[in-house]
Design a binder for this molecule. Structure first.
Ligand code: HEC
Ligand code: HEC
Length: 194
C-alpha cells in the first residue's frame, strides 16, 4: 500500500469522513462512531486485508496513542489520518476502550516450525522484546499485543519502523534496526502463529 491507496480503500475513507462529519459527534453513540471501522478492521474483528492490523482486543492505551499520533501526523497514514482527525481526545479514549474490550480474533495463522520458533526466542532473549511486550506478547497499557497479529501487517510495520516511515516511536525504530532482518523475519512468523 506504499504505492497509494487501493481504490476501494479511498472510497471507504471518503465515505467514513462524510459519515463522521454528517452528524455532530456528541449526538453519535460509540457504536455509530465505530461502525465505519468495521469496513476495514472487520465486522468480526478479522481485518479484511492482511496488511490491516487487528484492533479487537488490542490494549486500550496503545489504541489511543495510535489514534492521537495519526491525528497529529506523527504516524503517517493516508487512510487513518483523515479518520482519526475527526475525533477529539475523549472520543479516542472511548473508542480505544470499546475495541480493547472485544475478544481478540483467531486469524487461523499457522504456528511457526520449531527452527523458526527457536530463532525467534533466541532473538527475544538478546533484544528483550518481552521485557516490554510482556510474557506471551500480550502487551499492556501503551505497549501493544503482538501475539496472533496478522503476519503481513507485522512485516509491513516492522519495515516501516526500520525506514522511519513509521516515525512515532524512535525507540522502536532503533531496536528494529539493531535486530537482524533474519531474526525479524523469524519473529514475524513466530508472533503471527501465537
Ligand atoms: C479504509 C480502511 C480503514 C478504516 C475505515 C479504518 N482503518 Fe484503522 N487502519 C487501517 C490501515 C490500513 C491501518 C495500518 C496503517 C499503517 O500502518 O500504515 C490502520 C491502523 C489502525 C490502528 C493502529 C493499529 C496498530 O496495531 O498499530 C488503529 C488503532 C486503527 N487503525 C483504528 C481504527 C478505528 C478506531 C477506525 C474507525 C473509527 C478505523 N481504524 C478505520 C485501515 C482502516
Ligand atoms: C523498550 C520497550 C520495547 C522493547 C524492548 C520492544 N518493544 Fe516493540 N513496542 C514498544 C512500544 C512502546 C510500542 C508502541 C509504539 C507506538 O506507540 O507506536 C511497540 C510497538 C511494536 C510493534 C508495532 C505493533 C503494532 O500493532 O503496530 C511491533 C511489531 C513491535 N513493537 C515488535 C517488537 C519486537 C519484535 C521486539 C523485539 C525484537 C520489540 N518490539 C521490543 C516497546 C518495546
Amino acid at each position: 500500500m506504499h504505492g497509494g491507496l487501493k481504490w476501494w480503500m479511498s472510497g471507504v475513507v471518503a465515505l467514513a469522513v462524510i459519515l463522521i462529519g454528517a452528524m455532530p459527534s456528541n449526538a453519535q453513540s460509540i457504536e455509530e462512531k465505530t461502525q465505519i471501522c468495521a469496513g476495514c478492521h472487520g465486522a468480526d474483528g478479522k481485518p479484511i486485508d492482511k496488511t490491516i492490523p487487528t484492533i479487537w482486543g488490542q490494549q486500550q492505551g496503545y489504541i489511543y496513542i495510535q489514534l492521537r499520533d495519526f491525528k497529529r501526523g506523527d504516524r503517517k497514514s493516508d487512510i487513518m489520518q483523515p479518520i482519526a482527525s475527526a475525533f477529539e481526545r475523549d472520543e479516542m479514549l472511548a473508542i480505544a476502550d470499546y475495541f480493547s474490550k472485544k475478544p481478540w480474533p483467531d486469524l487461523g495463522q499457522p504456528r511457526a516450525p520449531k527452527d523458526v520458533s527457536e530463532r525467534a526466542l533466541k532473538a527475544n532473549a538478546s533484544v528483550g522484546c518481552t521485557g516490554c511486550h510482556l510474557d506471551h506478547f500480550q502487551g499492556d497499557g501503551t505497549v501493544p499485543r503482538l501475539a496472533g497479529m496478522g503476519r503481513d501487517y507485522l512485516t509491513k510495520t516492522i519495515a516501516d519502523f526500520r525506514s522511519h516511515a513509521r516515525g512515532n516511536n524512535p525507540g522502536m525504530s532503533d531496536l528494529m534496526n539493531a535486530t537482524s532482518p533474519d531474526d525479524l523475519a523469524a519473529l514475524e512468523e513466530y508472533l503471527s502463529g501465537l
